[in-house]
Design a binder for this molecule. Sequence first.
Ligand code: IMP
Ligand code: MG
Length: 177
Amino acid sequence: MHKDFEKVLVTKEQISTRITELATAISTDYKDTKPLFVCILKGSIIFYADLIRKMTVPCQLDFIQVSSYGSGTTTGKIKLLKDLDNSIEGRDVIIVEDIVDSGKTLSYLKELLGLRKPNSIKICTLLDKPERREVALEADYCGFVIPNEFVVGYGLDYDENYREFDQIYILKPEVYM
Ligand code: IMP
Ligand code: MG
């Protein structure tokens, strides 16, 4: 294991099993529509790529990028770095996120996309840290509820590092203190 990691929090087997369950649930709920999966760059790309490949209904993809200033957890100021390529009017949108922490990123995005007249918007997150919530925000689909620890791997970063690891690890506090 990498020297900066304290321990594995979610193994690749657990991730894979849970993603199949999520994709099955979403495929059932959206069986008569063609959902548009919105990937929030960059943290959710690996989860997103695995999730859509387990879907059993036709899907379409689009990408959006926001930044919260600072390198670790969010400071709450959100900037739109890359917008969607296409209109979402009348579409059934599923926003795919890596982790819900304070809830600010997703409440900003839900409001922004909500103004564009989609038919529906739901949120699918791999991880949820409810203890850290500052604004009311609930995911419609959630992979794992986790304790208040800083995690990396499987797309999640600290200062753009560790995204390439295939499991989710707790980062040693001395790395970000
Ligand atoms: P929120 O706006 O506070 O909900 O923050 C969500 C964003 O903060 C995520 O998309 C991540 O980029 C980042 N973040 C929050 N907690 C963690 C963590 O434990 N590891 C890595 N990134 C995190
Ligand atoms: Mg990040």
